[in-house]
Write a protein that binds this ligand. Structure first.
Ligand code: SF4
Ligand code: SF4
Length: 136
């Protein structure tokens, strides 16, 4: 079993379809949705973990792509801008999963471990330098 964190973008015409239901039922995938949003123009965004056998995940993603849904394994819902980060450490106590953590304790430099991020958005309001942002 493996887990992949994915960012899905649904075009307007696909937001009503029960795609997640089919991923669970037909492809035996475990879906953990972190964040979902339908924008005013009715596009949809979904950030989720997909867990299952690698072959089932591949087949499930092929099924999803058939609906013109864009799957982006790189583009995450929460982004950390390394250029903006001053390594002030203010976010450290506000990140529940330590996705934002010290990479080098001696130098006190911060790193962002995307796999650990649960999209709680706490860092957005707790970074005085705007280094953390949301894709939607
Ligand atoms: S969104 Fe939450 S879990 Fe992710 S880096 Fe920010 S504080 Fe940590
Ligand atoms: S609060 Fe912002 S600037 Fe400070 S360490 Fe965290 S991400 Fe970097």
């Amino acid at each position: 079993m493996i887990t992949r964190k994915l960012f899905l973008h649904f075009p307007k015409c696909e937001t009503e379809k029960p795609i997640v239901y089919h991923l669970v039922k037909d492809y035996r995938l475990i879906i953990n949705i972190f964040r979902a949003k339908v924008t005013p123009d009715e596009e949809g965004y979904l950030v989720l973990d997909v867990t299952g056998e690698e072959a089932d995940i591949e087949r499930g993603m092929e099924f999803v792509k058939g609906f013109d849904v864009t799957i982006d394994p790189v583009n995450k819902g929460v982004r950390w801008n390394q250029e903006r980060c001053t390594h002030c450490g203010n976010c450290l106590g506000h990140c529940p999963t330590h996705a934002l953590r010290l990479g080098d304790a001696a130098a006190r430099t911060l790193v962002f471990v995307e796999e650990a991020c649960i999209e709680c958005l706490s860092c957005l309001g707790n970074c005085p330098f705007g280094a953390c942002s949301s894709a939607f």
